[in-house]
Design a protein around this ligand. Structure first.
Ligand code: SAM
Length: 219
């Protein structure tokens, strides 16, 4: 169910995501490899400390895949086949044998049984999905009790000139493919509504505290 905060963010549809990432795919690594690298590294470090069977939700071109230890068995899913095509090439070229599957799938309707993963990693995805709350519910469903969920995202400013700029840019969310204005309250309200979810860590990352890593325990 949509939270009040979620109703205030720009609406993005599945076809917006597919169109935007079909456009981004050929240049995605060139534009986003470096600036988001600290976030991917932090997410991979958190997952490497756990090991096991992990779902990478919104794996995209798979920039994070080589950062995982080989004892992490990964299933990557994404709505965008052009993004996944690049991930498939990366896996083949770098012989990433621990990547067990790369599947076209909607994060809001995962086709896996309950509790089949030890952990989920979700780097730079929640701000892009049409319904972040439903996505969080689905991720929590497929992670086993005792498992962890690792999110990395840009969290929008609450006020001031940065918030104004993000709100303006957010109007272009459907063509950009993400929402720069994404408020923490979407995640915070979801955690508060879920007795089975506990916040373990919330920490800003470089560059300039632009991104935030959030670690959640699934009880
Ligand atoms: C900004 S990219 C992040 C890719 C990768 N995790 C990274 O760190 O570079 C966001 C990805 O989320 C995917 N995505 C958006 N909505 C989705 C959905 N409903 N289901 C699955 N993937 C989705 C997009 O196709 C895109 O590949």
């Amino acid at each position: 169910m949509a939270s009040d905060s979620q109703e205030r963010i720009t609406s993005i549809t599945h076809s917006d995501v597919e169109d935007a990432y079909a456009r981004w795919a050929p240049v995605y690594d060139f534009v986003f490899a470096l600036v988001m690298k600290p976030g991917r590294k932090a997410a991979a470090a958190a997952i490497n400390a756990l090991g096991g069977k992990v779902i990478d939700v919104g794996v995209g071109t798979g920039l994070e895949l080589p950062m995982f230890n080989r004892n992490v068995r990964l299933t990557g899913i994404d709505l965008s086949d052009p993004m996944l095509e690049i991930a498939r090439k990366r896996v083949a070229e770098q012989k990433l044998d621990n990547v067990e599957a790369l599947l076209v799938m909607d994060a809001m309707n995962l086709t896996f049984e309950d509790g089949v993963f030890d952990a989920a990693v979700v780097p730079f995805v929640l701000t892009t999905v049409p319904d972040p709350v439903r996505t969080l519910d689905e991720i929590a469903r497929v992670v086993r009790p005792g498992g962890e969920i690792v999110l990395v995202n840009h969290i929008g400013a609450e006020k001031g000139i940065v918030a104004a700029a993000e709100n303006w840019l957010g109007k272009h969310g459907p063509s950009l493919g993400w929402r720069p204005e994404f408020p923490w309250s979407i995640v915070g309200d979801w955690i508060a509504a879920r007795p089975d979810i506990k916040l373990l860590e919330r920490r800003t990352l470089s560059p300039f505290g632009l991104f935030t890593i959030v670690r959640l325990a699934r009880n």
